[in-house]
Design a binder for this molecule. Structure first.
Ligand code: ASP
Length: 442
């Protein structure tokens, strides 16, 4: 039988009621055999996540202070779940051990990992499943990514198709030193753990359960009640994430993408909703249905433009220009050019405190006729694989912007024709996104 890895985020595990929903979801499909859990998250906006409480304990312990306040809050949260659900909880002794380790000077990663560890212990007891502690099987490298030996080790631990497993998310061990100390991924990293488990187990699908019914076509702060994307490719979702859409942990895509395993984003509170399917290859249906997948964007960019007659005849001019940026450790986003001019767009943050030296360096290196620096730019990306085969998409975008009086500062379309990047003044950003959304969705 094919298996599905189901990963539940913090809000899906925040209290006993959420645990009950998780159980119902797992039991509703016998293929859901591998459950990956985050630590319990916020129950209401003013609440504190278990992971944040754990970091607080560690900080207090390092300062030689009393960490019993946040530790008691953690104990109470787990106890409330166990009592309501009548689980014989192994969590109190795990937290006693944490308390001793905090006093003994454990590292922050170990402390933070205990949220997922305790949650997995409790969920495994609740589901009558086998608990998997990834502190011996998921090897994390110096760059924070997963090391390849993980897949075989973890695959062996998850091998029995008849069993249900509950694995703690967010951490593994430091694969770069012999001590094999507990090491966490970056914040929100349980998404990565779920993807690793899916690949290690050869799962048919990776379901990522959260508190929204999928990926939205556009930021809901800019457009009221935007449509959910029903199907999106890995390639498109990377573009959306890079351009600021809050999809899910960017790095979580890589392990499943390499293995060709699709991801479905689902809502724990509305399991009946279809959610969003992220797939290696869009179905013919999806390609026919959607001209674009979505619109994403970011503010806070600057553009340095240089102009010089016959610029394009000067060999290595782009190399020289980017070389100046490289010397200052500045990476750029786009580099549009015309016959006599080149522009480079970068995050304004990267120019802070050194704009003058960078500009002087460019002037020296290129001796341009003119050099202009513009700030307060926003970039937005209209993303969609359908673009390359559908004429008129760019026309639709530019007509919408033209009609609404938005001045386009930059246009860039990558060779893969999966997105159109448009630069506008920051003040026009919201309007630009809204107009483009309206042009495609109505
Ligand atoms: N609990 C961790 C965090 O809050 C990891 C996760 O939830 O994915 O960042």
């Amino acid at each position: 039988m094919e298996r599905i890895v189901v990963k539940f985020g913090g809000s899906s595990l925040a209290d006993a009621g959420q645990f009950q929903k998780v159980k119902a979801i797992v039991k509703a499909d016998p293929r859901r055999r591998i459950v990956v859990v985050s630590a319990p998250g916020k129950r209401h906006p003013d609440d504190e996540k278990i992971t944040d409480l754990l970091y607080r304990c560690h900080k207090l312990a390092v300062a030689g202070g009393d960490f019993s306040g946040p530790l008691t809050a953690i104990r109470e949260r787990f106890a409330a779940i166990a009592t309501t659900l009548k689980i014989n909880s192994p969590v109190p002794s795990a937290l006693d051990e944490l308390s001793a380790r905090l006093t003994g000077g454990c590292n922050a990663d170990f402390a933070a990992s205990r949220g997922e560890y305790c949650c997995a212990l409790l969920m495994a007891a609740y589901l009558n499943a086998e608990m998997i502690d990834p502190s011996h099987s998921i090897a994390i490298g110096g760059d924070g990514g997963v090391l390849p030996e993980t897949y075989e080790t973890l695959g062996r631990l998850l091998a029995d198709p008849a069993k249900t497993y509950v694995m703690a998310g967010f951490y593994g061990y430091d694969g770069t030193d012999g001590q094999r100390a507990v090491k966490t991924f970056s914040r929100g990293g349980s998404d990565i753990s779920g993807a690793i488990a899916a690949r290690a187990a050869g799962a048919a699908l990776y379901e990522n359960w959260t508190d929204t019914s999928g990926i939205l076509m556009v930021d809901p702060r800019l457009v009221y009640d935007p449509k959910v994307i029903s199907e999106i490719s890995f390639h498109e979702v990377r573009e959306m994430a890079y351009m600021g859409a809050s999809v899910f942990h960017d790095e979580a895509i890589l392990p499943v993408r390499e293995a060709g395993i699709p991801i479905r984003i689902k809502n724990t509170n509305r399991p009946q909703d279809a959610g969003t399917l992220i797939t290696p290859q869009l179905s013919a249906d999806a390609l026919a249905r959607t001209e674009i997948a979505g619109i994403a964007g970011k503010q806070g960019f600057s553009m340095i433009s240089v102009a010089k007659t016959m610029l394009h005849h000067q060999a290595g001019i782009v190399h020289t220009l980017l070389g100046v940026l490289l010397r200052h450790g500045i990476s750029f986003e786009h580099c549009p050019s015309s016959i006599d001019s080149i522009s480079v767009i970068m995050e304004t943050e990267q120019l802070k405190g050194r704009e003058d030296v960078v500009v002087a360096g460019i002037r020296r290196a290129i001796e341009p006729d003119s050099l202009v620096v513009e700030h307060n730019l926003a970039l937005l990306a209209v993303v969609g694989e359908g673009m390359s085969s559908t004429p008129g998409i760019a026309g639709k975008v530019f007509t919408a912007l033209g009609k609404s009086g938005v001045n386009i500062r930059v246009i860039n379309q990558g060779a893969s024709e999966i997105n159109i990047i448009i630069g506008v003044a920051a003040a026009d950003y919201e309007k630009a996104v809204q107009e483009i959304y309206l042009a495609f969705v109505g």
